[in-house]
Design a binder for this molecule. Structure first.
Ligand SMILES: Nc1nc2c(ncn2[C@@H]2O[C@H](COP(=O)(O)OP(=O)(O)OP(=O)(O)O)[C@@H](O)[C@H]2O)c(=O)[nH]1
Ligand SMILES: [Mg+2]
Ligand SMILES: [Mg+2]
Length: 316
């Protein structure tokens, strides 16, 4: 079959129909047919929109709209950070640089994307809550998730040197993401409480485990054995009696994780102004209020936090 015949068949979908734009193109000359390949006039006449026979493939896309009036949570988590933290010599059990980098990335996500009202993170994970009234990207789950994950991952690499200075990042880290929708405030608060309880349990275990290994000289296997079946009170006791550590004095960022909420902050900057004689200049301080993501290391479990910060979940 000649290439021309093939083109006509492809674009018309039938033996008789030479598509209108293609016909024009053929008349206009050999160099003008390319764009016409995928366009033809629909039979609906004057209202005819440009369409292609390939357009049916759009029907394969699935609807992934998040249910209206529900809180949308996107959680990201570092891919194989057990290895990443080893390779980059993260301090055990907590590396303050790594945690601050996670917080920096989360701040960037909150600023770049719309309608995130609160975020919570610990270890290699961060949860972002989109307000239930958000109509960002028509509430498409894939948009919420992919925007959060890509913004977070690129920020991690972008801000790395702010926290690790001359230590290079050895390979590109990855993050996974998931979307969960919560239909009530109670469910949402319980979700955040669950993540904070997880932070507490893991941190307490890791603090005792690494004390037993690093200060007590136990092998990791022996330390694991020692901790099997112990309760929170037992771990507190080991820390206090054997290592003189009062768990309650450990930094809040390790024990409680990190919360980001929008708050008004007064930003003071210096500005040069001309004096009335127009020749002299003077530096003055100007202050203005800005709404910024502010970092807290506080209890989300219980009602007190929500009573003190009613604006977070309020109507917008
Ligand atoms: N040393 C150190 N390690 C950390 C720190 N934060 C996170 N990690 C490591 O990151 C891991 C995170 O746990 P997970 O997310 O459950 O496991 P993962 O290895 O990332 O595996 P996937 O998430 O399933 O891909 C921890 O088990 C630690 O090994 C830190 O501050 N210091
Ligand atoms: Mg992980
Ligand atoms: Mg994790």
């Amino acid at each position: 079959m000649s290439p021309w015949k093939r083109i006509i068949e492809l674009t018309s979908g039938g033996e008789n129909g030479v598509p209108f734009p293609l016909m024009c193109s053929l008349v206009l000359g050999r160099y003008s047919w390319c764009p016409a390949l995928v366009l033809w006039r629909t039979s609906s006449g004057s209202a005819g929109m440009a369409k292609s026979k390939f357009e049916y493939v759009k029907e394969f896309e699935v609807q992934d709209t998040c249910l209206r009036n529900c809180w949308v949570v996107v959680r990201v988590d570092g891919k194989n950070f057990h290895r990443f933290s080893e390779q980059h010599n993260f301090t055990k059990p907590n590396d303050i640089r790594a945690l601050q980098l996670m917080n920096r990335c989360a701040k960037n996500v909150m600023k770049e994307l719309d309608n995130i009202c609160i975020a919570y993170g610990s270890s290699d994970e961060y949860s972002f809550v989109f307000h239930k009234n958000s109509n960002w990207h028509k509430r498409r789950a894939s948009k919420f998730m992919t925007h959060v994950v890509s913004q977070f991952a690129s920020s991690y690499v972008f801000y790395w040197k702010e926290f690790f200075s001359s230590q290079p990042i050895l390979y590109p880290p990855g993050f996974d993401g998931r979307v969960v929708i919560y239909p009530s405030e109670e469910n949402l608060k319980d979700y955040l409480s669950w993540r904070q309880a997880d932070c507490h349990i893991n941190n307490m275990y890791n603090t005792v485990f690494w004390a037993l290994v690093q200060k007590g000289g136990l092998t990791p296997a022996k330390a694991q054995e020692r901790l099997r079946g112990t309760l929170s009170a037992d771990k507190n006791e080991i820390l206090f009696s054997e290592f003189g550590i009062n768990y309650n004095n450990e930094p809040l960022i390790y024990r409680k994780g990190s919360v980001l909420i929008w708050q008004k902050v007064n930003e003071v900057s210096k500005k040069t102004v001309k004096l009335s004689n127009e020749t002299e200049e003077q530096e003055v301080e100007v202050s203005r209020w800005r709404t910024e993501p502010v970092l807290l290391h506080t209890d989300l479990i219980g009602e007190q936090f929500w009573e003190e910060h009613t604006a977070i979940l309020s109507y917008r």
